[in-house]
Design a protein around this ligand. Structure first.
Ligand SMILES: [Zn+2]
Length: 212
């Protein structure tokens, strides 16, 4: 089973991907991890990637695809794999498709307003790491951690401006993949507004209909 999980930022796709990988007994491949691996092991590709990052430039689509394909070529993925965070753009998807084909693409749908609230409402405790959300899971006392009473903070990536930027980038570059895979009849939609356990069940019943 070769799977892709698609969805906007804060749709929970990373969490779902690792749960599904465990359930199906297939590897969850995180693009970030492969990049770090290549860089730290100073592979040819790693050196190329690093040169872009060092210059503060985006790694070109073709290189990103090569990094992922290289990983898949080298490992044992006969049982399949699950990807999230790649492909992120149409050019990446097209070049990936010349090497590997997904069996299914799961699209976790979450509306913009919820995405914004999930990101910009997030508060974390700098002391114990507890995570809250002022809209969905507020602490008992405003701005204070329930567990250790520490003053909660907003991470830099979670401020409304950063959240808006992430969402805009997603819409411009990644969202077109929904149509791209839909046209190939690979896309299945799940409602990402449901609680995570239900989203998980919905995904499992799509990819594994015989057990449900
Ligand atoms: Zn705390």
């Amino acid at each position: 089973m070769k799977l892709l999980l698609l969805g906007p930022p804060a749709s929970g796709k990373g969490t779902q991907a690792s749960k599904i990988a465990e359930y199906l007994g297939i590897p969850h491949i995180s693009t970030g991890d492969i990049f770090r691996e290549n860089i730290s092991m100073k592979t040819e590709l790693g050196k190329i990637v690093k040169s872009y990052l060092d210059n503060g430039e985006l790694v070109p689509d073709e290189i990103v695809t090569r990094v992922v394909v290289d990983k898949l070529d080298k490992g044992d993925y006969r049982k399949g794999f699950i990807l999230d965070g790649f492909p992120r753009t149409i050019p990446q998807a097209k070049s990936f498709q010349r090497n590997y084909e997904f069996d299914q693409v799961i699209y976790i749908e979450v509306d913009d307003e919820t995405v914004m609230k999930r990101i910009s409402g997030r508060r974390v405790c700098p002391n114990c790491g507890a995570v809250y959300n002022v809209y969905f899971n507020p602490p008992r006392y405003k701005g204070r951690c329930d567990i250790c009473s520490q003053q909660l903070i907003t991470r830099k990536d979670d401020n409304p401006e950063a959240a808006k930027k992430r969402l805009r980038e997603y819409k411009e570059k990644t969202e077109p993949l929904v149509e791209f895979y839909d046209k190939q009849n690979l896309l299945r939609r799940v409602n990402g507004l449901k609680p995570p356990e239900e989203v998980f069940d919905d995904i499992i019943s799509i990819i594994n209909p015989t057990t449900h």
